[in-house]
Design a protein around this ligand. Structure first.
Ligand SMILES: [Zn+2]
Length: 383
């Protein structure tokens, strides 16, 4: 009898253990051992169009400096959003991230090592698995996809949304993957000299390398933009579009699809001019990024069903305030948290909430329509 009770008790224990296991299995286990339940507080819901805008190197003090320069009404980005959060920018192997690992966190929901683009830190060469990017996820949902940047096409940030490489300096391989494998509908950037008409055409792209090409291209054309000149500066020159002009047209190129689109827009030169502590040009680049944000928000307001997330991959220049004046105190990246601004969702970020950079892309994936079994996700490399 005692034995029987012991068996019953042990069965009860087994039942209890089974219930716990069942409960765990009913949740979705994602990468890095993080358990997320579906429908959590930060689920922004599904959006037809999802746009991430990355001011490369843009910290809170860049924004405050711009507000001091232009006033809060004119500095559109910096006064328009209701929801202000923060992103914690570290990479997997350094508290100070570079742009490659920063882009990976924002594109793939994974923190990787500095220098790596959309590959896992455990498999830096991307031999076995690579993390799915938001661009690839959006394509799987039938959305059109685009990347627009003031950097060259193989820069770390555009690379993070269009290629998987273990070393950000693999310019040719990043470009090859963009042209031959990415499946994007649009990649517009400063010219790298790595793509000509014949190569673009072979893989179904139309190469745009002049203002005439840019103005002539129509929706329905897959286009690879390679523009000379300073795309970060609205005085870029007659033969090149600037960032805001490119972005407005990119949206027009992508928004005819009933399934919507996913677009990454990068203002790369906030970072570059912060590295060189070039205040005047940093401000021109930041103002142009702000103009681009304004245009995107106006589109989202008019269109509806569009989520816009504005953030940075890291802060550059360690800007500090001394005696009421802003100044660069370094020529490198810092580990300061960076702004996270949202238009279109009350749920994406709580006021003042600080989240890891990789969590931003997870929430964007949910906005695209994924659940936590779909993102972040390891994809087997086929070769
Ligand atoms: Zn960067």
């Amino acid at each position: 009898m005692l034995e029987f009770i012991a068996v019953l008790k042990s069965m009860g224990l087994i039942k209890a253990i089974s219930a716990v296991i069942a409960a765990l299995l009913s949740l979705n286990l994602t990468l890095n051992g993080v358990i997320y339940a579906d429908g959590n507080d930060n689920d922004p819901g599904d959006y037809k169009n999802v746009i991430i805008m990355i001011g490369d190197g843009m910290g809170f003090n860049h924004i405050d400096w711009m507000e001091q320069e232009y006033g809060i009404d004119e500095a559109y980005m910096f006064s328009m959003t209701d929801y202000h959060g923060q992103s914690k920018t570290s990479s997997s192997n350094n508290i100070v991230t570079d742009s490659a690992a920063g882009a990976t966190a924002l594109s793939s929901g994974v923190r990787t090592n500095n220098g790596a683009i959309a590959v896992f830190p455990q498999d830096q060469y991307g031999v076995a698995y690579v993390p799915l990017t938001l661009t690839e996820l959006a394509r799987s949902y039938g959305k059109m996809t685009g990347v627009v940047t003031t950097d060259s096409n193989h820069g770390a940030t555009p690379g993070g949304f269009s290629a998987h490489v273990f070393d950000r300096d693999e310019d040719v391989e990043i470009t090859r993957q963009q042209i031959e494998e990415s499946g994007l509908d649009l990649i517009w950037s400063a010219a790298s000299g790595l793509v000509d008409d014949a190569y673009a055409n072979e893989y179904g792209w139309t190469l745009l390398d002049s203002m005439a090409d840019f103005e002539a291209v129509q929706p329905g054309t897959r286009s690879f933009g390679q523009f000379a000149g300073n795309l970060w500066n609205p005085e870029t020159g007659a033969d090149s579009p600037d960032l805001s002009t490119m972005t407005v047209k990119a949206i027009d190129m992508l928004d005819d699809d009933a399934d919507g689109f996913f677009l990454m827009v990068e203002g790369a030169h906030i970072d570059k001019h912060s590295h060189s502590n070039d205040e005047a040009n940093m401000k021109i680049a930041a103002k142009e990024f702000d103009e681009t944000v304004k245009a995107v928000i106006e589109y989202a307001k008019a269109e509806g069903d569009t989520l816009v997330v504005i953030t940075a991959d890291h802060e550059t220049g360690a800007i500090k305030v001394k005696d009421g004046k802003f100044e660069f105190t370094s020529g490198s990246h810092s580990n300061a948290n960076v702004p996270l601004l949202v238009y279109g969702s009350d749920n994406f970020i709580k006021e003042g909430e600080a989240i890891k950079n990789k969590e931003i892309s997870r929430r964007l994936a949910m906005a695209i329509g994924a659940d936590s079994s779909e993102f972040p996700k390891a994809v087997k490399v086929e070769n």
